[in-house]
Design a protein around this ligand. Structure first.
Ligand SMILES: NC(=O)c1ccc[n+]([C@@H]2O[C@H](COP(=O)([O-])OP(=O)(O)OC[C@H]3O[C@@H](n4cnc5c(N)ncnc54)[C@H](OP(=O)(O)O)[C@@H]3O)[C@@H](O)[C@H]2O)c1
Length: 265
């Protein structure tokens, strides 16, 4: 086996939440390029996005098993239904909990309703998905599995410019959740790690920059030692590393993808 073989995902089966849009689409592509045989992705299925993305990916990788399935991760019944629809896979090797919602609000502006919505999706939804996938599809897997949770740099640092109190709290919760999963399920060969990306270049950030006015972009970039935002390739690379055997001795870790933001004064 060569060192590059460690990164191959040939014959692996993966589930990516929130995979029909944004970073999730790039994560899907990265996993398929690395050889994933079955790729399941989910979202709330609004505006036909799941079908469109399934058709797009199938046209690029026609021989692979690719399925976009409607599932609101904050609803336990939706998760049970999703598991029922992929039970034929018998096992799952990779779970990427990427689905999430952002809610820009400072502490005094965050309503209880928007707080619950954020926590219900980002934290409770990830918990529900992990619990079902582990129980139904990972503990039975002789090869164990890799769970990758997508948190945020805001799980590690506070921010004045774009306050998101509920979002920060929900993403911080993922750090503890991930550590606990890693310890509880290590004996099954199941690893769990969490990525804390800084601001990612893409549609959702573009919206925030437009709303807030353009100077915020330069202010944020000036804070980052590498002087740029996270690229889609940066996300694909770290997910591939954690999904693959290249990281087989790494579990329970919080990985800052912050261009040096977390280590600078
Ligand atoms: N963009 C950034 O700068 C940045 C930085 C750090 C961390 N992150 C994190 O990275 C992840 C992806 O971000 P993104 O920028 O790609 O966001 P995005 O473009 O808004 O996409 C979010 C995805 O999550 C899905 N989703 C939302 N609520 C859901 C629910 N209840 N059930 C199932 N799926 C749901 C959405 O699908 P539907 O709308 O179809 O449901 C969509 O596919 C998020 O967890 C985000 O917090 C993003």
């Amino acid at each position: 086996m060569t060192v590059l073989d460690l990164f191959k995902l040939t014959d692996k089966k993966a589930l990516v939440t929130g995979g029909a849009k944004g970073i999730g689409r790039k994560i899907n592509e990265g996993l398929l390029e690395a050889g994933v045989e079955s790729l399941i992705f989910c979202g709330r299925g609004r505006h036909g996005s799941l079908e469109e993305e399934q058709i797009r990916l199938k046209s690029l990788w026609p021989s692979r098993d690719i399925r976009g399935i409607a599932c609101d991760i904050s609803k336990e019944s939706d998760i049970h239904s999703l598991i029922d629809q992929i039970r034929d896979l018998k096992t799952l090797d990779i779970l990427v909990n990427n689905a999430g919602v952002t809610w820009a609000a400072s502490t005094l502006d965050q309503t209880l309703k928007s707080w619950h919505r954020t926590i219900d999706t980002n934290l409770t939804g990830t918990f529900l998905m992990c619990r079902s996938v582990i129980q139904e599809l990972m503990v039975a897997n002789d090869n164990g599995g890799s769970i990758i949770n997508i948190a945020s740099i805001l799980a590690l640092k506070g921010i004045e410019e774009i306050a998101q109190i509920g979002y920060s709290a929900s993403k911080s919760g993922l750090l503890g959740l991930t550590r606990q999963l890693a310890v509880e399920f290590a004996s099954y060969g199941i690893r769990a790690n969490v990525i804390c990306p800084g601001f990612i270049e893409g549609d959702s950030m573009a919206e925030i920059f437009t709303k807030e006015g353009s100077p915020i972009r330069e202010t944020l970039i000036d804070m980052i030692p590498l002087r740029r935002f996270v690229s889609e390739n940066d996300m694909q690379g770290i997910v591939l590393f954690l999904a693959s055997d290249a990281s087989s001795y790494i579990t329970g870790q919080t990985i800052a993808l912050g261009g040096g933001l977390t280590v600078s004064l």
